[in-house]
Design a protein around this ligand. Sequence first.
Ligand SMILES: Nc1ncnc2c1ncn2[C@@H]1O[C@H](COP(=O)(O)OP(=O)(O)O)[C@@H](O)[C@H]1O
Ligand SMILES: [Mg+2]
Length: 154
Amino acid sequence: MAADTGGAVAGVAAGAANDSDAEHIPIRGEDDIVLARQRARETARRLGFGMVDQSRIATAVSELTRNVVRYATAGRGEVTITPRTAPSGGTGIEIVVADDGPGISDVQQAMREGYTSGSGLGMGLPGTKRLMDDMEIDSAQGRGTTITIRKWRR
Ligand SMILES: Nc1ncnc2c1ncn2[C@@H]1O[C@H](COP(=O)(O)OP(=O)(O)O)[C@@H](O)[C@H]1O
Ligand SMILES: [Mg+2]
């Protein structure tokens, strides 16, 4: 019991809080790319990110959402935008882009600059990694894809 409470407090300190502030945007088609991009920019602006970082965050969300529309057409997708607090007390933003499409069989290959299984430029995933502070890809063939990105205010 006491250990559970301690864990919960540690979780908050590590920045897991503010889940009630999470904003969910379903991805159903092309129009939702623009919507997710706008919402991410707006939340970043509200959290005090500068213009350049707002654009970086918006571009990253746009790329990941576009991938869902392009490659997870059979599945559903959702973008979740959540304000985060760093252990140091700093402000950040976390965005999770999830789908239950075909998944990525080789994540390392997908992260390579120029790799595309379609007719893209193959810059979306590596570009997103450069634009953000953190990026985690959880994906496997047939299991869908969940990509989490974070950026902290400087
Ligand atoms: N949500 C996704 N579901 C399935 N495959 C994906 C997804 N996102 C990316 N991929 C795979 O990763 C590859 C690289 O993605 P990306 O770097 O954005 O380049 P591009 O979109 O130009 O192909 C894609 O070609 C695709 O094979
Ligand atoms: Mg792409």
